[in-house]
Design a binder for this molecule. Structure first.
Ligand code: PLP
Length: 357
């Protein structure tokens, strides 16, 4: 008996196809495909017709090229290994005016996507004037060995926020940039901005855009809580096992450092073989685990164990679900445990048994 992390491959693929829904999607596969496994995810996405991928790591981009020789691969972070980009035909962001002028010669033959900074302030050209400056400088550059401007993009930092006007502000500013450049006669092979939240909020790929750049929805978690659960399905199960059920009495402290005090006599505690060392977040352990289809409160979290308060229906060797499609990662996101990607990234794939079914 060891705790397991498992993905139902057919469900993963079915969910991704539902998310795509005949739209043009660039799959975000950064951080080992949100911890679902880069090779696994890229292979499934290719099978459902996605052939455009993005990541933040050059190493991952090169790995994607090996799996997907024909795909368009977009690197969202600027790097300085220009030969590697050329060798593997990896598109890359243009992150600032300074980077452009410093590396205008290094960038020859590399496909760049001009990035608009907008409200996130993480990267990008600051204004439409800066974007035009690059476009004009590039046009006037008579060097035959020069970069290719293949795309225009931004990232919305507020698409997941509903109670503030910031998403509308950043979207309006961005659409104005796109429309103005197109009106001025500039053309881009690729224009992309939307993450999962924006893609679902808009109900489509934005006008003039070639792709939505979607991550978390493809992995089975909803970006915001008002989205119907049936639209996005989780294929991941994380589960442990009951090692034994023990009784404690009122006033007994259980777990390290008085973690839990039993409030009644004959309290039944299931000792379960999964803990924070396997990646279960402390905040997640404030909620329940599911045993035989019923939810029971987690009472204490240790490195390799947890206590779950149970009743007489629970026995040694029963399975203890921490995450599945009925106990979804996104449910705990909306309960304040942490972002979907934070919960997924926490999983320790070296201690959990990892299975693709
Ligand atoms: C630049 C960029 N684009 C797209 C995404 C995808 O976002 P989501 O997983 O919410 O769809 C991310 C994720 O953090 C990102 O950093």
């Amino acid at each position: 008996m060891t705790a397991t992390w498992s993905v139902e491959t057919a469900e993963f693929k079915k969910n991704a196809a539902n998310v795509v829904n005949n739209n043009n999607i660039m799959a975000v596969v950064k951080n080992n495909a949100y911890h679902y496994g880069l090779n696994f995810a890229v292979e499934q996405f290719l099978q459902i017709g996605i052939n455009t991928f993005s990541t933040t790591s050059l190493k991952e981009a090169v790995r994607i090229r090996k799996i997907a020789p024909e795909a368009t691969i977009f690197l969202m972070n600027a790097v300085y290994e220009f030969d590697v980009l050329r060798e593997h035909q990896i598109h890359m962001t243009l992150p600032s005016l300074q980077y452009y002028y410093e590396h205008v010669e290094d960038l020859y033959d590399i496909h760049v996507h001009l990035e608009f900074e907008n409200l996130l302030h993480r990267s990008g050209l600051k204004t439409i004037d800066e974007i035009k400056e690059v476009l004009q400088h590039h046009e006037q550059n008579e060097n035959t060995l020069k970069m290719h401007i293949s795309g225009l993009w931004t990232h919305f930092g507020y698409a997941d926020e509903f109670d503030v006007p910031d998403y509308d502000i950043e979207k309006t500013a961005w659409l104005n940039v796109v429309e103005t450049l197109l009106k001025d006669g500039y053309q881009f092979e690729m224009i992309h901005a939307q993450n999962s939240a924006s893609y679902y909020r808009e109900g489509c790929v934005l006008p003039n855009h070639t792709h939505a750049r979607v991550g978390i929805a493809l992995y089975g978690s909803r970006p915001y809580g008002s989205l119907d659960e049936s639209l996005i399905k989780q294929s991941l199960t994380v589960k442990g096992n009951v090692i034994q059920v023990r009784e404690v009495q009122q006033g007994d402290y259980c777990g390290y450092s008085f973690a839990y005090e039993a409030t009644e006599n004959n309290t039944k505690l299931a000792v379960v073989d999964v803990g924070y060392g396997d990646g279960i977040l402390k905040a997640r352990a404030k909620h329940e685990a599911m045993i035989n289809g019923k939810r029971y409160p987690i009472r204490a979290l240790m490195m390799s164990h947890m206590f779950v308060e149970v009743d007489s229906e629970v026995n040694a060797q029963d399975e203890v679900i921490l995450y599945n499609n009925d106990m979804r990662v996104d449910e705990y996101t909306f309960k304040g445990v942490g972002a979907n990607s934070e919960q997924l990234s926490a999983m320790n794939h070296d201690s959990l048994i990892k299975e693709y079914r």
